[in-house]
Design a protein around this ligand. Sequence first.
Ligand code: NFS
Ligand code: SF4
Length: 676
Amino acid sequence: MAEATKAKEVKARKVADPLEASIEPATQQMQARAIELDIETVFDRAVTMKPCAIGMQGICCKICAMGPCRLPLPKGGIQGEDTRKGICGATANTIAARNWVRMIAGGAAAHSDHGRGVAETFLAAARKQAPDYSVKDPARLIQIAPYFDVATTVEEDGVTKDRDIDEIALEVAETAIREWGKPELTAKYLKRAPKPLQEKWKKQGVEPRAVDREIVECMHRTLMGVDQDYKNLMKQGARTALADGWCGSMIGTDLQDVMFGSPSPLQAESNLGVMKEDHVNIIVHGHEPLLSEMIIAAAQSQEMIDYAVEKGAKGIQLAGICCTANEMLQRHGVPPAGNFLQQEFAIITGACEAMVVDVQCIMQNLANVAKCFHTKLITTHKIAKMEQDNVIHIEFNEHYASEDARRIVKMAIDNYENRGAEVMIPRHKGTQVAGFGVESIKYHLGGSFRGNWYTLNDNIINGRIRGVAGVVGCNNARTKHNEEHITLIKELLKNDVLVVVTGCSAIAAGVHGLLTPESAAVYCGPGLAEVCETVGIPPVLHVGSCVDNSRILLALTEMVNAGGLGDDISDLPGAGSAPEWMSEKAIAIGQYFVSSGVYTVFGYHLPIEGAPVFKDHLYKDMEEMYGGMWDCEPDPIKHAHLMIAHIDKKRKALGIDKARDRVLMDMADRQALGIE
Ligand code: NFS
Ligand code: SF4
């Protein structure tokens, strides 16, 4: 009887069609494999669970026990006055704005707590209390020290001398950590932004103070019965997002570079196909390089490699998922096994000895999938555990980091012999060049000359490059995996737009072969192809994890400072995009780009449709306030053309629209003459 019921349940289970789930062959293959093994995946759940229409429009309020209050739009839209209100009288604008601000707070908290963890470890290292961490990139430390008002030289007997690096590290660490909780003044890094942008922030009254304070204030203001003016709420939203981008995330990126080295271009493979059948496969998933750096060191140690061989494996294959993948890739060339929607599949290969996770973007269903295989699922962060009883918790402590990492790697090796017969690793993998930081982009742009951002500006001014776009963010199981990222990026390239990528978008670009210099000839318009081929860069530059979106803010600032393209970020012919966003972190990032002057288009949908006035505030008023504004377009081709139209608008304002016409005419002429 029980068996019969089970059979019925299995039959009733709705599964996702592999070809509908993703455009990526390894993912399609693994979805088919999951169906064959009757293992439920995120794609299956997405076809089973319908999203709530009211929640999707941002007009459900559940912040007090008189609710939840739902304010659906009347059929046929609002005619005349909008009379919708919650029990307390809250309007649709207030509700949507509160929800929006809480998303920003959630996202900013995640990035900034990550940054805090890095700053704390850096402080422990500077105090010589964390022997496994040190200053690997002193030049980077010296570069950032002045922003913390830390001197890098001393005067001795009338002679200027370099200060001791340990002293600088300690002072920077002690100052940096205070950025999260200092009781007064504004964030120190704001002065890195272009002057006119700083002025805009001052005028709007949105200069962030300490990171923690902004997040707390978001929660206070969005409590029942506090801030009930969507414009005023969004001041706090902007302030908090700026605290994320220009403080918590930026300090996180900088100190990671100081401790683990600034990225420089390197080659690596990517996709599930990087896992090896005859190796011990360890997948590190999550976000903080504090953990992954130690796992890399342990997995590459001779002692562990010998131990793996002793246990019958040919070696240890390490690979990453999500932003941990990007962190390990950009500094060490460790290959990503996939992005957000591929996490379950790494286990379903049957060849994953251990999946080691820390924080963020980790699906709880990993535990259920791990139960079907020998995989050890190991949580490592004190703030992120799972309730399932097959999950092992090994708490990672910066004071004993390498010891913890060795223990984890050894556990994976010991697990190799438990691998079952059900192994299927997809063969698909891509090759990529990743690891572009602000410094390395500058260096590469210099070509045979000195590193210089003006080379980029010059090519924008002369029209070979139409503009620049940042394509970032997640996957979302409600859109076809990687399709929006890849279609959008290809359309931008075709139109001579240089693209920078981070996060899961960067992993998608790598898997689909867009991160190679060779892709310039295949996908780019003639102008962009020519520049990429001359300079020797891919047309899509991988600039790191989501926390590293702060690198994009600084790259844009470098472009402004290099001259010829206006005075502020909002003058640049550029745009931002998160075509498959899902995490609250994406909203925080989007808002800090908008409030830094960038036109930012999201895909899928934004939860604001039920509050048209609030929507206008984000889409229109913000352009007046910051020079940047929100937009949304699910269709990737239309999405690309919204960005391109904005780029052209900026080109026109700069008076460089004609240059591009000339370049294109030249090209056409040359093609007609057959001398291309
Ligand atoms: Ni970003 Fe990175 Fe991926 Fe989205 Fe998640 S991993 S922090 S949030 S899903 S891009
Ligand atoms: Fe409803 Fe107002 Fe309570 Fe929100 S705060 S749940 S709108 S009564």
